[in-house]
Design a protein around this ligand. Structure first.
Ligand SMILES: Cc1cc2nc3c(=O)[nH]c(=O)nc-3n(C[C@H](O)[C@H](O)[C@H](O)COP(=O)(O)OP(=O)(O)OC[C@H]3O[C@@H](n4cnc5c(N)ncnc54)[C@H](O)[C@@H]3O)c2cc1C
Length: 456
């Protein structure tokens, strides 16, 4: 590829920084315009998902650009969920069937900074405090504001790839100027980020290697471990109504709510009041955009194209997989950007729709279904069937988190598998009661063998 070809990315978040590396490796000249100050030199405001769950789909592209070893230093494995019931009884349930099937807690700023360092080392130019305001699609001109000097200016680059997140300014320009249709389904629930500090000797004050969940039916608290011994805690709760975030505006109400529903977690969060009132209330939404690209000029990628709710821990993973798929489209189409963007959208749209739906479903599972003994029996049976029929049956959670099986295929196979599990458990009280011969027949009849990629 010619080094003269100049690509402009908008947004040096997780997707933008990784995509810049993929593009630089192909010989493109890449400039990234990022609204925020450089997070490697300035602290980012608290309260915005400080840590994230990284899974196989996210790890694979990081490995392909040679960053896995560095990234591994930032990871804490989470082999399963630790459920805390109302009486603080703990139940640990593994996420996968084998010890290698784990997800990892990773610091968002730590990972983003690592990706920015690697992008710059690959020759990418990242320009901070440069906000994209809108785009002229006719001439492919970005209208920017330098946030330091307030100077407004324009640049021309082709193509432009928008990795500017869920509130994408580039997507908004496509709506305003080209009439593309975008819907944003805002969840009636919001979130507040809190923290459990490390113990006196820097130790974790709960099990370190687990994703902690306090499921309470209509709402939940979760906690992911950090390397410094702390946990980042998130309360997910309706924004309005009772119980709701809006009803917790007085400290008395806040303490009564936590004391009643999360008494033991509450004792571990000394900054509960300060953090609750100082941190912003996070809004979660699913974004559907009728188009992700404009000819050979502009492409939306990551959250800018398809933001989803966070309950499957897949937004970043999906955005990283987007980078890999776009790279594959460039491999097959060269720099014929119209073909590259069209192929990307064709391949990726069904998967984005599928993970958006599965992420919404997973909210109910995390905050409610995990409390039902039937759920655990179904999980157990799922693992057994995977062990007996690994070429055809893989639990849906595992397909999403531990395999590069396209999301749409995982969703479709998952629906069939749920029917099979429900049939088998209709009259079974335990695994010993399950008719395994019937299981084998149903699986053979209803599930084609999965072609698992050799590249795991
Ligand atoms: C509470 C919560 C928990 C989550 N947990 C997980 C998880 O466990 N696992 C997971 O995989 N995903 C998780 N996600 C989702 C994940 O955070 C996103 O999917 C991911 O950050 C998307 O990456 P992105 O680069 O597309 O967008 P972003 O990370 O949002 O990056 C966008 C970048 O663009 C910049 N920008 C924005 N507007 C402009 C502009 N006009 N001009 C220039 N720059 C601009 C921003 O400053 C930012 O740097 C979670 C999300 C939330 C809210």
């Amino acid at each position: 590829m010619s080094a003269e070809k100049h690509i402009a990315l908008v947004g040096a978040g997780l997707a933008g920084s990784l995509l810049a590396i993929f593009l630089a490796r192909r010989g493109f000249r890449v400039s990234v315009y990022e609204r925020r100050p450089d997070m490697r030199r300035h602290a980012i405001p608290a309260g915005r998902s400080i840590n994230l769950a990284l899974a196989h789909r996210g790890i694979r592209p990081l490995k392909l650009v040679g960053l896995l070893e560095e990234v591994q230093k930032l990871l804490i494995p989470m082999p399963g969920r630790m459920l805390h019931d109302e009486h603080d009884q703990l139940t640990f349930t593994p996420y996968g069937r084998t010890p290698t099937e784990v997800i990892h807690s990773v610091s968002r700023p730590g990972l983003n900074a690592l990706l920015m360092d690697a992008a710059e080392a690959a020759g990418v130019e990242i320009l901070f405090r440069q906000r994209c305001d809108h785009v002229d699609f006719e001439t492919v001109t970005l209208h920017l504001t330098d946030e330091s000097s307030r100077r407004e200016y324009t640049i021309r680059a082709k193509p432009v790839i928008a990795t500017d997140g869920g509130g994408s300014a580039v997507r908004q320009a496509m709506v305003n100027r080209l009439g593309i249709k975008v819907t944003e389904d805002i969840l009636p629930h919001g979130y507040k980020e809190l923290s459990i500090p490390a113990g006196k000797n820097g130790e974790h004050r709960m099990e370190r290697e687990a994703l902690h969940i306090w499921p309470r039916g209509g709402y939940m608290l979760i906690a992911l471990p950090n390397l410094d011994g702390s946990f980042t805690v998130t309360l997910f709760l309706a924004r309005e109504g009772e119980p709701g975030l809006g009803a917790l505006q007085k400290p008395q109400a806040l303490l009564a709510f936590f004391g009643k529903h999360f008494p033991n977690a509450c004792k571990l969060i000394p900054g509960l009041q300060d953090e609750f009132y100082q941190h912003p209330t996070g809004v979660m939404s699913t974004v559907h955009s009728s188009s992700w690209h404009v000819q050979d000029k502009v492409l939306l990628l990551g959250d800018a194209a398809h933001a989803i709710v966070p309950f499957h821990g897949q937004g970043m993973n999906c955005a990283f997989e987007d980078c890999l798929i776009l790279d594959q489209c460039i491999e097959s189409q060269g720099d014929d950007w119209e073909k590259v963007f069209a192929e990307f959208e064709r391949r990726r749209r069904p998967d984005a729709e599928a993970i958006a739906e599965m992420a919404l479903e997973n909210y109910v599972e995390m905050r409610d279904t995990v409390r039902d003994p039937k759920f655990h029996l179904q999980k157990q049976l799922g693992f057994l069937l995977e062990e007996l029929h690994p070429e055809r049956f893989i639990p849906r959670y595992s397909m999403v988190m531990f395999h590069p099986i396209p999301y749409a295929a995982a969703q479709q196979r998952g629906a069939v598998q749920t029917e099979i599990l429900e049939t088998l458990l209709r009259r079974a009280e335990s695994i010993a009661d399950v008719d395994l011969a019937l299981a084998a027949r149903l699986i053979r009849e209803r599930l084609a063998p999965i072609r698992l990629s050799a590249e795991r």
